[in-house]
Design a protein around this ligand. Structure first.
Ligand SMILES: Nc1ncnc2c1ncn2[C@@H]1O[C@H](COP(=O)(O)OP(=O)(O)OP(=O)(O)O)[C@@H](O)[C@H]1O
Ligand SMILES: [Mg+2]
Length: 332
């Protein structure tokens, strides 16, 4: 079981308030991603759940038990960090077995657990190697293996892939998602990469300055962001925002439209501008269009379009897909 409830969780470091008050209910078996800009409190929140930091106020309840004052060991959670501290002189097998050995588990049981974890993580061929002879992705899998063998009630990941190169990140992202499907154990995963958040999560917690801005499924956040911050944070490239008379027309203080919800024409459209950046990716074309009226707009078109740096174009938002925001930043 791994139902994790946060009630009015509050954290200060000295005089500095980092988490004002967070309420969350993470269901057993759910894959929840904490996402937000650097310094917003993602790691702090995860460390509070793990018991590596003391609460200033509020409660943490795991499977109905108040663990606010319990040691990390009592909480039966497993944490995987960005820097996987493996023992360099031990083989993969010994690294994975280490927490079980420390707990005094009989050797035959340890062997079984290590084999099962190695199989889930495609590490069976590497069990007798030392970490120095592994790739970054393989080392991170060993660190995850060491967490799996403990059969925790939840896994807590703090940016586990940020040391890996782009291609490996994509592979590991898929492997962790598959592992979650196989183990069906609650996972809380911290990242500042919103693509990782969108592709991995059942539900995403968007944090800003220690506050939960929104907690919802990836598509809830994309389709119905509750405010301007979430609208601007989720989606790549980011949403375009426009104020003034264009927003007045939609009875809003500010309007937003996503790059993929815009059309580009060389003959007519709402705003005229000059292309300052043209990114031809084959599958998509991204244009940065500098307009006099509303500043620079970013567009995303399917496939290849024959528009280049310096060209004059007209861009128009798809009016069915416009997001409206009030002066307080809340979605209308
Ligand atoms: N031990 C500490 N003492 C004082 N301030 C701290 C401490 N740990 C974190 N902070 C502060 O708390 C805030 C939140 O930090 P945290 O590490 O949780 O952010 P984060 O969202 O994980 O950021 P990043 O994406 O950069 O890892 C930051 O302003 C940070 O400076
Ligand atoms: Mg962090």
């Amino acid at each position: 079981m791994g139902n994790i409830v946060l009630e009015k969780v509050h954290k200060c470091f000295g005089d500095v308030e980092v988490i004002p008050s967070v309420d969350l209910d993470i269901k057993d078996g759910e894959f929840v991603v904490f996402v937000g800009p650097s310094g917003c409190g993602k790691s702090t929140l995860l460390r509070l759940i793990a018991g590596l930091e003391d609460l200033t106020g509020g409660k943490i309840i795991i499977d109905g038990v108040d663990v606010s004052d319990s040691t990390p060991a009592k909480r039966e959670l497993a944490m995987v960090f960005q820097s996987y501290a493996l023992y360099p002189h031990m083989t993969v097998r010994k690294n994975i077995a280490f927490p079980l050995k420390m707990a005094g588990m009989p050797q035959d049981e340890i062997d079984k657990k290590v084999m099962a974890a190695a199989e889930s993580l495609n590490l069976t061929d590497y069990l007798e190697r030392t970490p120095g002879l592994l790739s970054g992705g393989q080392r991170q899998r060993v660190a995850i293996g060491r967490a799996i063998v403990r059969s925790p009630s939840a896994f807590l990941f703090d940016e586990p892939l940020s040391n890996l190169d782009a291609a490996l990140r994509v592979n590991m992202r898929i492997e962790i998602t598959d592992l979650h499907k196989e183990l069906k154990t609650t996972m809380i995963y911290v990242t500042h990469d919103q693509v990782e958040a969108m592709t991995m999560a059942d539900r995403i917690v968007v944090l800003q300055a220690g506050d939960v801005e929104q907690f919802g499924t990836p598509l809830d956040l994309y389709n119905k962001p509750v405010n301007r911050f979430v609208a601007g944070f989720i989606g790549s490239p980011k949403m375009n925002f426009v104020k003034g008379k264009d927003a007045d027309e939609f009875d809003a203080h500010e309007i937003g439209f996503r790059p993929e919800h815009m059309s580009v024409s060389t003959t007519k459209g709402r705003w005229k501008g000059v292309v300052s950046v043209a990114e031809h990716l084959g599958a998509d074309t991204f244009l940065h269009v500098k307009t006099d009226e509303v500043g620079t707009l970013v567009t995303r078109s399917d496939g290849e379009i024959n528009v280049n740096y310096g060209d004059t174009v007209y861009v128009s938002p798809n009016t069915d897909k416009i997001y409206r925001f009030g002066a307080d930043g809340l979605a209308l």
